[in-house]
Design a protein around this ligand. Structure first.
Ligand SMILES: [Zn+2]
Length: 94
C-alpha cells in the first residue's frame, strides 16, 4: 500500500485565488455583495490585475461566475474604442 503524503503539498496560500486570462494575471482580492438594478442580490468578485500598458495594479469587478474579463487596462489607459482582444460575451465592467 502506498502511503500518500500531505494533501496540502501544493503549498498555496489559503484563500488566494489567481486566474490567468489571455496571459494576464488576475488576483482575487475579495468578494462583495451587490444589488442589481432589478433588485436581485448577487456577489461581485474584486480582481487586481496589472495594466498591460503601464504595469500598474488596479481593481476591477466582475460577477463571481464570470469567466471572462473585459477590463484589461487601468482606468488611465482604458480608452473607448481601443480593444484588447475583447472576446464576445465578456462581462461589462461594473
Ligand atoms: Zn495603465
Amino acid at each position: 500500500m502506498a502511503s500518500v503524503g500531505s494533501r496540502n503539498a501544493k503549498g498555496r496560500r489559503r484563500g488566494m485565488t489567481i486566474k490567468f486570462y489571455d496571459g494576464q494575471r488576475y488576483e482575487l482580492v475579495r468578494t462583495e455583495p451587490y444589488t442589481r438594478l432589478d433588485g436581485g442580490h448577487t456577489t461581485l468578485a474584486v480582481w487586481r490585475p496589472a495594466c498591460p500598458t503601464c504595469g500598474e495594479m488596479f481593481e476591477t469587478r466582475t460577477p463571481v461566475r464570470a469567466r471572462r474579463f473585459s477590463c484589461r487596462r487601468c482606468p488611465r489607459h482604458k480608452r473607448p474604442g481601443v480593444r484588447v482582444n475583447r472576446p464576445r460575451g465578456a462581462e461589462a465592467c461594473k
